[in-house]
Structures are given as C-alpha cells and as structure tokens.
Design a protein around this ligand. Structure first.
Ligand code: AFD
Ligand code: MN
Ligand code: MN
Length: 415
C-alpha cells in the first residue's frame, strides 16, 4: 500500500508517542529492526513447483551469479537481507573464487549450506530408499561424503553452517525398521559431525511427512534434539515453520528448545495444511508474532543468545513473482519481530505471577494489534532502502527487465 511521506511522518509520530508511553525508545527499536537480517534461500528466486507442475515466471535466474544479483536487489530495496543460503549440488559454483568475489562486491554473505540427499543427480548409488539412514552401508557412506563435500565448499565461501534435512522415511508399514534407520542416521551424522569445523554448527531439520507418507526418520523436534544430543554442542535443531502437523504449538517448541540452548534457527514460511511454503505471515501472522515473543523473552532471560540463532526464509513460489513474495516475507517477519519487541514483558510477567490471565493476554494482544509498519518503514528508509519495495519493483518494471535480459521461462534450478 503506497503511503505518502506526510502520512508516514504523521503515523510515525503517533507511534512514537504510543511507544514512549510504554517506555519504549523508537531509536532503540529502529536499530534493533535494522540489525535483524534474514538469509534468502537460493531456490526461492525462481518459480517453485509442486508434484502437479511448475509455472515459470520468466526472467528467473539461470545461474548462481544471477541469483546473487536478485538477492542484492532485494537487499538494496528492503535492507532486510544480507546473505544467501546455497543448496548443493544445485548451486555448485563454476568458479568459487569468482563467486566469492562477486558476493563480496554485492555485500552478500553465505549463510548455512544445504546438503541434498533427497534426489538422485547422477551419483553412483540411488537415494530412493534413503540416504544417511539407508540399509546399504555404501549408500550411507556416499551420503556422508556428499555432506563432507558441502562443508568443504562452504568453508571456501565463508559459510558457518550445514543444514541437514533428510527426506528419509517410508511409505508403508514394515518397509524398514524404525530403530535401525534411526541408528544408522545417528551413526552417519556422527561421521559428518566429526568433520564439522570448530566454528560451524550443524542445523538438523525435522519434518513429519513428505516426500514419505508413513514415517520420516526425523519427524519432529524431539527426535532432532535427541540426535543433536548424541552429536554434540555444535548440533542444534532447525525449526521450519511448515514442518509441523496442523495446530502444533510452534511457539512452545521454540521456547523449549531455547530453554536447553538447542535452537539452531528457522526456515520461515507460512502454511495452512502442510509444508505449503507460503509467504511468511500470510496465513498465521499471530503465530509468527508469538514465536518472536518467545525468541525475545528467551534471549532476554538468557536461555539462549540471540546471535546463536540463524534466520532464513524457506519458501517456494508457484503463483507469485518470487521477488515480490520475498519482499512481502521479509516485511512480515520484520513486522512480527517489531510487534514482539514492543511487548511490555515486565507487566506481562507481573500478570502471569498474579494469575491475571485477561491482563496477561491483553498485553500480547495490545502489542500485536499495534500497527508498527511506520517503524519498519522508517528503519528501512534510514538505511537507504526503498519506502515501498513492492511498489519499487512494479514502478521500475523489474520483472519485465529481467525477462528481457534472461528470457521467458528460463529453467530455474531448485525445488
Ligand atoms: C524442502 C524441505 C525442507 C528443506 C528445503 C531445502 O521440506 O524444508 O529445508 O526443501 O532443502 O522444503
Ligand atoms: Mn526447510
Ligand atoms: Mn520444507
């Protein structure tokens, strides 16, 4: 929605007064919002697909360099992202040094690397019946080696994390042994973990179902935490918002993981039913806000240091222009974060201790219902970003220009 400069200033001064009344400093909030950066996944810049098909957007990046160009554009207009998360082998660079140079020139860092043992891409042994959990030792060995190669590439690029998401699982009862596949997964991950650089972390992702529909080897946060505890301090649990059965209390999972300093980070998206990979905040904005309430209180109470948590979007666009979707996602995440920052936590704790339920709930509701967009916009403007990034993309016919430059329907690698 286009806001005039005048309206922006007026709404900002009203918000300023509201926040001052709560003892919140606008400048402190603006610097917190500005510091909060979210990594963009390389595969989100092209049109995603479902098992029923894929509809190209046109002008999609044809290679890693063009993906970096798109992320640099997002960074310039939103000021909310400064890193890319690569997916290997989709994003194997032709020339590592040249890529590093280009990323450096664009001010884009390398967030966690994603290994891929959920597809066959010409490797000697198929992953059809699993990878790190496969009953065939040589296949597990191959998957281990792939993860080690991803770590080696990541080290050259300056990444500090390896995200492991296993599609491993079964479609039918009896297809494999629950315990053996868990045992083999732990053994394999121990081999990977042994080769993790001392300043890296292993982000172990969980998912209840899909692509397997009877069981997934790492289906939930508890199993991921159980495995991380077998591996060591540098292994922690990655929470992908779309990886929960309907109505799961994700904010409680976040609070529990922080309680044990076991939260690796997030893959932000939104969903109605499954791993829908929809725009963050487009379906359940209140849940996203409550998750940030747990993150901020967990960090403030010293459960887990904010800087040890990784922030990344993991979404895939089948109907929207990927750039527009990412602009909306970055904005929604910033808004949820800002609303959580303005919660009067001191009063909330008082009401909790006094058992005053209505007042406690009122504290959260009041923050959630506060329109903090002027603050998010002001932070962006002060950082030299666009007042309205979505409008910028449209007004400057960015997608049209990309189609002209890259052609229609160019094959985008990725999910
Ligand atoms: C799919 C998986 C998972 C993983 C992502 C990138 O469900 O979220 O993180 O691909 O590998 O979305
Ligand atoms: Mn994910
Ligand atoms: Mn997913």
């Amino acid at each position: 929605m286009l806001i005039s400069k005048d309206i922006h200033q007026k709404s900002l001064s009203v918000l300023h007064e509201q926040l001052a009344a709560k003892g919140k400093s606008m400048d402190t909030l603006i610097s917190q919002i500005s510091k909060f950066q979210i990594a963009v996944p390389s595969w989100a810049l092209g049109a995603g697909g479902t098992r029923f098909g894929r509809f190209s957007i046109g002008g999609e990046p044809r290679n890693l360099e063009e993906k970096l160009d798109d992320i640099a554009l997002l960074s310039r207009i939103t000021r909310k992202t400064d890193a890319v998360s690569l997916h290997i082998p989709w994003d194997i660079p032709r020339d590592v040094d040249a890529l590093k140079q280009k990323a450096g020139d664009l001010g884009i860092g390398f967030d966690a690397m994603n290994s891929n043992t959920f597809q066959d891409y010409g490797q000697p042994r198929t992953y059809k019946l699993g990878s790190l959990s496969n009953s065939i030792k040589e296949t597990r060995e191959q998957a281990i080696q792939h993860n080690l190669q991803v770590i080696q590439l990541g080290e050259k690029l300056g990444s500090k994390g390896l995200t492991v998401w296993l599609a491993d699982g079964t479609n039918f009862p009896g297809q494999s042994s629950f315990r053996n596949s868990l045992k083999w997964t732990i053994e394999s991950l121990k081999e990977v973990y042994k080769n993790l650089p001392a300043d890296w972390k292993l982000l172990l992702e969980y998912k209840p179902y899909e692509p397997n529909f009877y069981h997934t080897v790492i289906p939930d946060w508890g199993t991921s935490a159980l495995i991380c505890n077998e591996l060591g301090e540098q292994a922690k649990v990655l929470v992908d918002l779309g990886h929960h059965l309907p109505n799961t209390n994700i904010e409680q999972i976040v609070a529990t993981l922080m309680f044990k300093n076991e939260l690796a980070g997030f893959h932000f998206n939104d969903s109605k039913y499954g791993d829908d990979d929809l725009t963050s905040g487009s379906i359940k904005p209140y849940q996203l806000f409550l998750i940030f309430c747990e993150l901020i209180s967990g960090a403030e109470e010293g459960s887990q240091n904010w800087d040890t948590i990784s922030w990344m979007i993991d979404a895939s666009h089948n109907t929207k222009d990927p750039l527009e979707d990412l602009v909306q996602a970055l904005e929604s995440i910033s808004i949820a974060y800002t609303k959580a920052l303005i919660v009067d936590r001191k009063k909330l704790t008082e009401h909790q201790l006094n058992g005053d339920t209505s007042s406690a709930q009122e504290i959260l509701h009041d923050a959630f219902m506060t329109d903090v967009r002027p603050l998010v916009r002001e932070a962006r403007i002060r950082q030299g970003g666009e007042e309205n990034p979505l409008d910028f993309l449209r007004k400057n016919n960015i997608r049209k220009g990309l189609i002209k430059e890259r052609g229609k329907g160019s094959k985008a690698s990725g999910l």
